[in-house]
Write a protein that binds this ligand. Structure first.
Ligand code: NDP
Ligand code: DGY
Length: 300
């Protein structure tokens, strides 16, 4: 096939995408490309396959895509381990205040070993709540278990007995998870139901010593409410791999807080994982173009 390629690690501009997609049969895209009615119109009726280099598909207007009979490929599983690993790293960095600690070493704030200086919260004997015990949620729980976590709680649209049994996780309503967890991890997909799920009411239910970790999508959290919760001592700390917008402006209030660790959406960023994702996305596209089953097709 003939390939029109945006040959850069930077996202393609909307203008270039609108121009380049005209008449294409397939599209290989990133989560930074919003594939909506305008893009689909620009593509025209040839477009039959969209392959995204991501497991998340909230950047795709699925209603419009479905209406046109377009098939979608995505990249589940190959990024689960890397994303779970990063989430654990973010949790530990946040709960044990690693960023603050490194800063103190550099800026001369390290005067002596002191009994309460830079104390944080440990996982041993803790209760961990997981919002979305899917592929990544389960992989996070499996990695946290050896730290001595006492209880895993999870919530979702319905109980998931099979993955839950692997880590002895209890299915509870969101409110119970909020009020009983020492660590809350967001690993759900972004949908109209999860949008803004962590808001003022949610934070009000959390323990003052609890920590929120988000590696799903930024908009699951209401960031204004999070800022209030972090600055008024309603919750202890937050670690976010995802934000709204991305990138988060450097003058964003959350970035001024010591108890908020923000990472630039690097959950799946290992060389091996990005390679595996790229190959899977390419194979999805090629299979789709040939009218064959894709290695990972999104069920719509
Ligand atoms: P899965 O589909 O396996 O898991 C998604 C989970 O979201 C399911 O357990 C589902 O619960 C849950 N969920 C859906 N709706 C709700 C709801 N209303 N309330 C609570 N939970 C809900 O996907 P993955 O685990 O592979 O990926 C999850 C998400 O992680 C992706 O959609 C993506 O947004 C994000 N991600 C982020 C990365 C990063 O770099 N930070 C990297 C990779 C993924 P149920 O079982 O009840 O349906
Ligand atoms: C995804 O795949 O959805 C992540 O956000 C990036 O790997």
């Amino acid at each position: 096939c003939t390939i029109g390629q945006w040959d850069s690690d930077e996202p393609v501009t909307r203008q270039e995408l609108l121009k380049g997609i005209a008449g294409a049969h397939g599209l290989y895209c990133m989560l930074t490309d919003k594939i909506d009615e305008e893009i689909l119109q620009a593509a025209g009726p040839n477009l039959k396959i969209i392959s995204t280099l991501s497991v998340g598909f909230d950047h795709l207007s699925l209603d419009e895509i479905k209406k046109r009979g377009i098939r979608v490929g995505y990249t589940p599983d190959v990024l689960t381990a890397a994303t779970a690993e990063l989430t654990v790293a973010l949790l530990l960095a946040t709960s044990r205040r690693l960023m603050e600690a490194v800063e103190e070493v550099k800026n001369g704030g390290w005067s002596a070993w002191k009994p309460l200086w830079l104390c944080g919260f440990g996982l041993q004997e803790s209760t961990v709540g997981i919002v979305g015990l899917g592929r990544i949620g389960l992989a996070i729980a499996e990695r946290l278990k050896p730290f001595g976590v006492k209880r895993f709680l999870y919530t979702g649209r319905q109980p998931r007995p099979e993955p839950a049994a692997k880590v002895q996780a209890e299915y509870v309503p969101l409110n119970t998870l909020a009020s009983q967890s020492d660590f809350i991890i967001l690993s759900c997909s972004f949908t109209p139901d999860t949008q803004g799920m962590c808001n003022k009411d949610f934070f009000a239910k959390m323990k003052k010593t609890a920590i929120l970790i988000n590696s799903s999508r930024g908009a699951v959290v209401n960031q204004e409410d999070l800022y209030q919760a972090l600055t008024t001592g309603q919750i202890a700390a937050a670690g976010m791999d995802v934000t709204v917008p991305e990138p988060l402006p450097t003058n964003h209030p959350l970035l001024s807080l010591k108890n908020c660790v923000v990472l630039p959406h690097i959950g799946s960023a290992t060389y091996a994982t990005r390679n595996a994702m790229s190959v899977l996305a390419a194979n999805n596209l090629l299979a789709g173009l040939k009218g064959e089953p894709m290695p990972s097709e999104l069920k719509m």
